[in-house]
Design a protein around this ligand. Structure first.
Ligand code: NAG
Ligand code: NAG
Ligand code: NAG
Ligand code: NAG
Ligand code: NAG
Ligand code: NAG
Ligand code: NAG
Ligand code: NAG
Ligand code: NAG
Ligand code: NAG
Length: 434
C-alpha cells in the first residue's frame, strides 16, 4: 500500500532455502512521509537500504516452520528483505530481538499452533498484567509489510479460558524493544489475547492494520485489545480497522508521545488511557497523547480514562489491583464519531471496583490533568439511557484542567446528559447533572 518500495533487481542467486539474492532498494522510504494527517510528536528514525533477499520455505504440511524462519531472518539480517509468500506454521516461541535493518515481506499466512500446553509453558512472560507473547520482535530498523495474514489460532484459547480465569493466553504480536520500525499493511486474525503489545519501544509506526477474529463457539473472545503500549515512546498507530472485543487501543503505564489517527473501531471498549494505578508502589505515567479522527462503532466507550482507586481491591480473579500512583497529562481526543456506543466519554478513578464509596474513601493516587475532549458527534446506545458522558474523579484534588468542547453527541432518544463529579464543570461544555 503506502509501503511501495521500488525495487531494482540486480542479481538473483539461487532459490535454495535462505540463500540470499541481491536486490537494491533504489528509493529509501522515510517513515515520516507516511504519517498523517497529524504529525508524530517527534520524528521517527529513518530506515536504510536493503540489499539482499531471502525466501522462507514452508514444509507445507502443518509442521513447524520455525527453523526455516529463523534461518532466513539470520541470513538476511543487517540489510535484507525476507519474503514469506507461503503458508507457515509456528510451533515455537521465537526470540526475534536480534533483528537489525531488515524487512519482513509477508504476503502469505503465518499461523501459530493450537498446542496450548506448549505455549503456556514457553510463551514469553511479561510481568505486566501477567501477559505472555508468542514471540518477541525487537532490535533496530525493522519493517513488516506485504498485506499477508498472521493468525493466532485463538478458538482453542477462547474455549479454554472459560475453564481457567487465570489462563495466560499469548498476545499475537509482541513488539518488544524495537527502535525504529514500520508495521503494516497486515491482516491479524484470532489473537488468543491482545493483538499487540508495544513495549520498551520507540519510533514505531503501525499503518494499515486490519484486525478481526470472532469466536465460533459460545465462548466469547475476551481481552482482544487492538494495541497496548507500555514503557514506549513516540509511537504512531494509523489508518487501521479493528473489529474486536476489548480496548481498540490502550495506553498502559509509561506511554509517552503517542499519536493515534484514522481508525475504524468496531465492538471495542474504546480508546483508553489505562488502566493505570493497578500496582501499589509503582508510578504510571501517560503523557502527550493525541487521538484524532476515530470512528467508533458498537462499543462500551469512545474516549476512556480508567484509573484504579487508591487501595488494593479485587473485582474478580482476572481483575485485581489498585493503590498505584502516577499521572495522566496532556491527552487530547479530537474528532470522534460514535455509533451505538454506551459512553461517548468515560473518565473513572474507580476502575476494577464497583463500590464508589470505597473509591471516595481512598482517592486515587494518580493525578489527571490537561485533558481535552473535542469535536465529538454521533449517537450513543440505549444502555445509559439519557446520558452520553461520565467524568467522575475520586477527589477534586487529583483532577484538573479537564475540558470538553463541541460535543455533539445524543442518546437514541435525543438527550445529552452527563455525570460530572469532582471536576470543574465550568470547563466542560456538557449538560452536567449531579
Ligand atoms: C489442533 O490442530 C490440529 C492440526 O492443525 C487439529 O488436528 C486439531 O483438531 C486441533 N485441536 C483443537 C483442540 O482445535
Ligand atoms: C498474576 O498471576 C498470579 C498467579 O496466578 C496472581 O496471584 C496475581 O494476582 C496475578 N496478577 C494480576 C495483576 O492479575
Ligand atoms: C490456568 O492457567 C495457568 C497458566 O496459564 C496455569 O498456571 C494454571 O495452572 C491453570 N489453572 C488450572 C486450574 O488449570
Ligand atoms: C523492558 O526493559 C526492562 C528493563 O530493561 C526489562 O526489565 C523488561 O523485562 C523489558 N520488557 C518488558 C516487556 O517490559
Ligand atoms: C514509569 O516511569 C516512572 C517515572 O519515570 C518510573 O518511576 C516507573 O518505574 C516506570 N514504570 C515502569 C513500569 O517502567
Ligand atoms: C478519517 O479517518 C477515515 C478512516 O477511518 C478516513 O477515511 C478519513 O479520510 C480521515 N479523515 C482525515 C481528515 O484524515
Ligand atoms: C461490526 O461488527 C459486526 C460483527 O460483530 C458486523 O456485523 C458489523 O457490520 C460491523 N460494523 C461496522 C460498522 O464495522
Ligand atoms: C454495529 O454498528 C453498525 C452501525 O451502527 C450497525 O449497523 C451494526 O448492526 C452494529 N453491529 C452490532 C453487532 O451491534
Ligand atoms: C469535526 O468532526 C467532523 C467529523 O465528525 C469533521 O468533519 C470536522 O472537520 C471536524 N472539525 C474540526 C474543527 O476538526
Ligand atoms: C495514596 O493516597 C493515600 C490517600 O488516599 C495516601 O495516604 C498515600 O500516602 C498515597 N500513596 C502514595 C504512594 O502516594
Amino acid at each position: 500500500m503506502k509501503f511501495n518500495f521500488s525495487l531494482k533487481l540486480l542479481l538473483v542467486a539461487s532459490t535454495a532455502l535462505a540463500a540470499p539474492s541481491i536486490e537494491e532498494r533504489t528509493t529509501a522510504v522515510s517513515r515520516n512521509d507516511i504519517i498523517g494527517p497529524k504529525n508524530s510528536f517527534k520524528p521517527l528514525p529513518e530506515t536504510c537500504k536493503r540489499h539482499k533477499v531471502c525466501h522462507v520455505r514452508s514444509h507445507g504440511d502443518g509442521k513447524d516452520d520455525s527453523d526455516n524462519i529463523l534461518d532466513a531472518l539470520r541470513t538476511c539480517n543487517n540489510g535484507g528483505r525476507v519474503i514469506f509468500d507461503q503458508e507457515y506454521t509456528i510451533g515455537r516461541a521465537l526470540d526475534l530481538q536480534f533483528l537489525k535493518h531488515i524487512d519482513l515481506d509477508i504476503t502469505g499466512t503465518m499461523k501459530f499452533t493450537n498446542d496450548t500446553n506448549y505455549w503456556i509453558n514457553n510463551a514469553f512472560q511479561i510481568t505486566f498484567q501477567n501477559s505472555t507473547t508468542f514471540f518477541k520482535l525487537g532490535g533496530q530498523d525493522v519493517n513488516i509489510y506485504g498485506g499477508g495474514t498472521i493468525d493466532g489460532n485463538g478458538q482453542v484459547w477462547y474455549d479454554l479460558f472459560t475453564q481457567n480465569a487465570t489462563l495466560q493466553r499469548p498476545i499475537l504480536m509482541g513488539i518488544i524493544g524495537l527502535e525504529g520500525g514500520s508495521i503494516g499493511p497486515l491482516k491479524l486474525r484470532y489473537s488468543p489475547s491482545w493483538y499487540h503489545i508495544v513495549a520498551n519501544s520507540s519510533g514505531v509506526v503501525f499503518d494499515g492494520i486490519d484486525i478481526s477474529g470472532y469466536s465460533s463457539s459460545g465462548n466469547v473472545a475476551k481481552n482482544t485489545d487492538g494495541w497496548d503500549t507500555y514503557r514506549s515512546d513516540n509511537i504512531v498507530i494509523q489508518n487501521s480497522v479493528i473489529n474486536n472485543g476489548d480496548d481498540c487501543v490502550a495506553f498502559k503505564p509509561n506511554s509517552t508521545n503517542i499519536l493515534v489517527q484514522n481508525l475504524h473501531c468496531n465492538g471495542s471498549h474504546g480508546i483508553s488511557v489505562g488502566s493505570l494505578g493497578q500496582y501499589a508502589g509503582e508510578t504510571d505515567i501517560v503523557e502527550n497523547v493525541l487521538v484524532y479522527n476515530i470512528s467508533m462503532f458498537n462499543a462500551s466507550d469512545g474516549a476512556r480514562i480508567k484509573v484504579w482507586p487508591g487501595i488494593v481491591s479485587e473485582l474478580e480473579a482476572s481483575l485485581q489491583g489498585g493503590g498505584g500512583s502516577g499521572s495522566v497529562k496532556n491527552v487530547v481526543y479530537d474528532t470522534m464519531s460514535v455509533h451505538n456506543v454506551d459512553w461517548a466519554i468515560e473518565l473513572t478513578q474507580c476502575y476494577g471496583q464497583s463500590n464508589q464509596a470505597l473509591c471516595d474513601e481512598y482517592p486515587s493516587n494518580l493525578t489527571i490533568s490537561d485533558i481535552w475532549f473535542k469535536n465529538f458527534s454521533g449517537v450513543t446506545s440505549t444502555k445509559e439511557k439519557n446520558k452520553i458522558a461520565t467524568l467522575v474523579c475520586s477527589s477534586p484534588n487529583v483532577c484538573s484542567n479537564i475540558f470538553a468542547e463541541d460535543i455533539n453527541v445524543v442518546s437514541p432518544s435525543g438527550y445529552n446528559q452527563a455525570v460530572c463529579t469532582n471536576v470543574d464543570d465550568s470547563l466542560l461544555q456538557l449538560n452536567c447533572t449531579k
